[in-house]
Structure formats: C-alpha cells, structure tokens
Design a protein around this ligand. Sequence first.
Ligand SMILES: Nc1ncnc2c1ncn2[C@@H]1O[C@H](COP(=O)(O)OP(=O)(O)OP(=O)(O)O)[C@@H](O)[C@H]1O
Ligand SMILES: [Mg+2]
Length: 333
Amino acid sequence: MAENTILRVDSLWVDYYTRSGPIRVVQDVSFEIRRGEILGLAGESGSGKSTVAQAVTRLIRPTVGRMGGDVWLQDENIAQLDRKALRHIKWKKVSIVAQSAMNSLNPVLRIRSQFDDILQSHGQRNRQKNFARMRELIEMVSLSAEVLDAFPHQLSGGMKQRVAIAMALLFHPDLVIMDEPTTALDVIVEREIVSEIKRLQREFGFSVLFISHDLDLLLRMADRVAIMYGGYLMEIGSVQEFTHPLHPYSRALLHSFPAIGAVGAERRRGIPGYPPDPANPPGGCRFHPRCPHSSERCGSDLPLWEAVGGKGDQRVRCIRWREIPNESHTGSD
Ligand SMILES: Nc1ncnc2c1ncn2[C@@H]1O[C@H](COP(=O)(O)OP(=O)(O)OP(=O)(O)O)[C@@H](O)[C@H]1O
Ligand SMILES: [Mg+2]
C-alpha cells in the first residue's frame, strides 16, 4: 500500500438477508483514501453509501448480512479481524459518525456520561483525566463545557451533531467516517459544521470519508469525490476532475442539485426514472435504463472499474466514457 494511503478498500461486497434470500446491495467497490484528505461519497438514496460505511467499520451484524473483500486500514485488514482486535481499532484508528448519529444519543443520559461510557469501555477510568478530555473535545467543536451537563433534548440539532463529531474524535483516529452528518440541519448550520470539520481535519490531520446526497456540497469541501449507483462505484476523481465528470450518472447527479442560493426555476432538474431495485437489478450497467447515452451493449456488458489516471487517480465504470462528448458541469446534457 502506498505510504500516503490510509485506507484501501478492495472488491468489497455486502449482502443483506431478506425473506426472499440474500440480496447484494454493494458490489466490487474498490477505492483508497489518502492521509489527511477528505473523500466525498455521493449517490441517490439506496445506492449503498451507508452500507459501505458500515462494512468498512464492520458494523454489518452477522444476523443482518454478510460481507467480503478487503478493507486495509494501513497494514491491517479490518475485514479479517476478530472481535477483540476490532475493538482495539475502533474509535482509536477509525471512528464513525453514523447516519442520524445525533438521534442515537441516549436521551436519558447527560452528555458527560455518554462520553464517560466510551472512555471507560476503553479502560480509561481516571475521572479527572476523562473530564479534562471531554472538556477539551467539546470546546474543540466550538461548544461550551456546560453542554456536558445537558441531556440531548436540551440541545439543538446542530449542537447534537457537534457532540457526535466530538465523540468520534475522542481517541485521535486516523480516519473518521461521517455519514450524512449535516443532512438533517438547515443550510446555515450545515455550513458552520462543514467548516468546523475542515478546520479540525486541517489541525489534526485525520482523513475523512464524508457521505452526502449533496454532490455540490462535496465538491466544495472534499479533495476527491466518489459516486455510487445501485451498489457500484461509478466514478472517483479529484474535485478538479469532477468539473468534467466522465460518467453519465455523475453528470446527471451534478445537474440534479440546486446551485448555492438557487431558487424556484433556477433549481436543477432531478434525474428521470428510478434507481434500481437491488432485489431485481437490470443487467449490464446498472444505470443504463436511465442513461441518455446508453447503447445495446450497456444492457448486457458489466462495465469494469477502469483506471483513467490523473492526479485524483480517476476511475470510471462506463464502457462508453471515451465516446460521449465531454462538457463542463455548467453545460447541459
Ligand atoms: N438491514 C437491511 N436489510 C435489508 N436491506 C437493507 C438493509 N439496510 C439497507 N438495505 C438496503 O440496502 C440498499 C442500500 O442501503 P443504504 O442504506 O446503504 O443506502 P444509502 O445510499 O445510504 O441511502 P440513503 O441515502 O437513503 O442513506 C437499499 O436498497 C436498502 O433498502
Ligand atoms: Mg445512508
């Protein structure tokens, strides 16, 4: 693994068990995160973003599903670790702010007890030291120490989300996975939290996998961006490379979100059609039924995860990417 690579996910797949048998919701997912970078992961609802986050942190419970492939965090393959080894790595090397983390704070415990639980469960029993660390963290995410004495319902959504981010940073992890950390918040609070995350990330040098529906947001905050559709990664590249995305789905996604400050008619259009049903996906490229550039082969040939090269190690999963005309993201399809 290259020295500046913190995470390398290789051929990851995940099945969920359903009444009609296992259903594959993530497949052939391979990507890297470099030291100190923010990788944004975007895609429509149901494309598999949270499932990737949970597989990478081994949160897919064996009663719920199964996973395969490799997840290298530096020199350890998380996919192969036993529970004990896993406990050692979680929080300390990789932590996660799960989707709707702010709602998963325990409603009957003061914030300080929730921090204390995590610290104690990692053998840190010195109350005074623990309190000092909590204070430090809570101030780090621009909250006042009084928040530690509050119950979750006494805090705003933005404050709760800051608490969840502070918890993820408790043990100085190398990689923090944030699954839609700002989606439930209004735009102003979202901007504040995003700049907070960027400030912390610059200060402490950790890497971030930042998951969001909002590609525009990711293009403003991330170093590189990956796009998911129907369980597959469709494209990855630097933010600069995404000014001219190669995959028709990336282009469609780019056009489907409102520009900053856009209102009414300025809002961009949604993508016509519906995402695939993972229980009954289309053959060939998962996007071909909705793709304005699809040919007959797109319905039968599964495109490979093809390396394009470039600064962002750009890759694309489309057999036609060389043929379809390139355009800037301000143009139209
Ligand atoms: N526990 C589960 N059992 C069965 N299917 C599941 C389970 N969890 C998720 N799925 C299905 O797996 C697919 C991927 O879901 P996932 O939550 O990873 O998507 P997502 O991209 O995070 O979506 P969202 O943007 O809505 O958060 C979806 O089709 C979803 O319905
Ligand atoms: Mg999700």
